[in-house]
Write a protein that binds this ligand. Structure first.
Ligand code: HEC
Length: 121
């Protein structure tokens, strides 16, 4: 897709109401893109830290060797911080060692967040 079309599409998606119809089941499928590096088991860290209970959690707090950027980011992982991070990890957080190009669709991110929200104690 041409870059300006992609940008226009992104703007349309960002204009969708935040609530939308987020679908946890669809989000589980999106999580397949994260699975190579992240588990959903508490304390089970792989290339990336476990994402169990991540929604609403402070950033960089697991017993994991974070990059300095992540270690000092001092964020709460909510819908907006996570959406911004997942759209382009390196733009939101220069120096992060999460080697992931980013998800392109806000609808996918909303579904993913709905799924992650089910993975809590
Ligand atoms: C290639 C491996 C890889 C992939 C794929 C990946 N991540 Fe990560 N992720 C990491 C690493 C490594 C870190 C630690 C980053 C740092 O310290 O800068 C991280 C950090 C995170 C954090 C911060 C966790 C914390 O404890 O603060 C979140 C949230 C996250 N990833 C979500 C995701 C999601 C959701 C996906 C799928 C869309 C994904 N990641 C895909 C490797 C990956």
């Amino acid at each position: 897709m041409h870059a300006s079309r992609a940008a226009a599409l992104l703007i349309c998606l960002l204009a969708l109401p935040a609530k939308g119809a987020a679908d946890a089941q669809a989000g589980e499928a999106v999580f397949a893109r994260c699975k190579a590096c992240h588990s959903l088991e508490p304390g089970k860290h792989m290339t990336g830290p476990s994402l169990f209970g991540i929604i609403g959690a402070p950033s960089g707090q697991a017993d994991f060797a974070y990059s300095p950027a992540m270690a000092r980011a001092n964020l709460i992982w909510d819908r907006s911080t996570l959406a911004e991070f997942l759209l382009n990890p390196n733009t939101m957080m220069p120096g992060t060692k999460m080697a992931f190009p980013g998800l392109r669709k806000l609808s996918q991110i909303n579904d993913l967040i709905a799924f992650l929200a089910t993975q809590t104690p």
